[in-house]
Design a protein around this ligand. Structure first.
Ligand code: PBG
Ligand code: ZN
Length: 327
């Protein structure tokens, strides 16, 4: 090899302008979806201890959060609900005046341009904390869960949700929800499927934030084994066949190879979910002065775009939108 060849990479890195010209990946505030936890009750803004900067809001205080989101130009929020009462079958999930339904009405009335995504699951609403219906002998019952998930999606669409995001991982959930939505006249409401969702330790802080930890067992019978890559393709193709309009890969950071696989194999928008544990790790290090928060977060989010994500669900969205504006 000649000397010339050794030096050629650096030629394109010489100046800020040159680097800008050859930049391959960009992060935009339009890429972000901001998760919000809404809670029944009044005058609530509860900090989530393991997620500094994240709160649970009652609807009467949601304005504080939504005003910021809109001022920063973040186009979309995903709503997670904490009901006042839980039961075996999660009936508050599909109640017409459930917490996510009411929060959706509030946001769509006051911020009509914001795209509201409703998380469609039962785990925050069931007394046992599982994402579906459970039998006497503590097995997750797939098909009976599907009816309730479809009912939940329809009630969310009736409340004005722009996108339905089912996160339960029951088999056939996309088809069941698509059918439910179509029959109720919501043919135009897209489904953003948590198609590829691993059974992950990175959901730890979320389970505090959404009060949705399973009371017995774990989610390994319905969420994916972190060892598996081909299985992710099977999950993605069944969801596409069933009518998913977006595919979510979750968590994001430890699964960027999967984000790339999904991007390469499917032509729908791909969403990376930068989950609660990923947020907590960076926050903890930053609060200790061990890492530069701004640089770390922007690099992390950029890596998700580079891996092929079109959109990123992230608790860092507000900070990142602010930092992108500064640059
Ligand atoms: C529940 C749900 C979880 C998350 C989103 N929806 C947790 C779980 O499956 O236990 C995790 C999100 C996060 O960690 O930020 N269906
Ligand atoms: Zn769930």
């Amino acid at each position: 090899m000649t000397n010339l060849q050794f030096k050629r990479h650096r030629r394109l890195r010489q100046s800020a302008t040159m680097r800008a010209m050859v930049k391959e990946t960009y992060l935009h505030k339009e890429d972000f979806i901001y998760p919000i936890f809404v809670m029944e009750g009044e005058n609530i803004k509860n900090p989530v201890d393991s997620m500094p900067g994240v709160y649970q809001f009652s609807i009467d205080r949601l304005k504080e959060e939504m005003d910021e989101v809109v001022a920063l130009g973040i186009p979309s929020v995903i709503l997670f609900g904490l009901p006042a009462e839980k039961d075996e079958v999660g009936s508050q999930a599909y109640h017409n005046h459930g917490i996510v339904q009411e929060a959706t009405r509030f946001v769509k009335k006051n911020y009509p341009d914001v795209v509201v995504i409703a998380d469609t699951c039962l785990c925050e609403y069931t007394s046992h904390g599982h994402c579906g219906v459970v039998s006497e002998d503590e097995r997750i019952l797939n098909d009976p869960s599907l009816d309730l998930l479809a009912k939940t999606a329809v009630s969310q669409a009736e409340a004005g949700a722009d996108i339905i995001a089912p996160s339960n991982m029951m088999d056939g959930f996309v088809a069941a929800i698509r059918k439910g939505l179509d029959e109720a006249g919501f043919e135009d409401v897209p489904i953003m499927s948590y198609a590829v969702k691993y059974a992950s330790a990175y959901y730890g802080p979320f389970r505090e934030a959404a009060d949705g930890a399973p009371k017995f067992g774990d989610r390994k019978t319905y969420q994916m084994d972190p060892s598996n890559r081909m299985e992710a393709m099977r999950e993605a193709s069944s969801d596409i066949e069933e009518g998913a309009d977006f595919l979510i890969v979750k968590p994001a950071l430890s699964y960027l190879d999967i984000v790339r696989d999904v991007r390469n194999n499917y032509d729908v928008p791909v969403v990376a979910y930068n989950v609660s544990g990923e947020y907590a790790m960076v926050k903890a290090a930053a609060l200790n002065g061990w890492m530069d928060e701004k640089k770390t977060v922007l690099e992390t989010l950029l890596s998700m775009k580079r891996a092929g994500a079109d959109l990123i669900m992230t608790y860092h969205a507000k900070d990142a939108a602010r930092w992108l504006e500064e640059k």
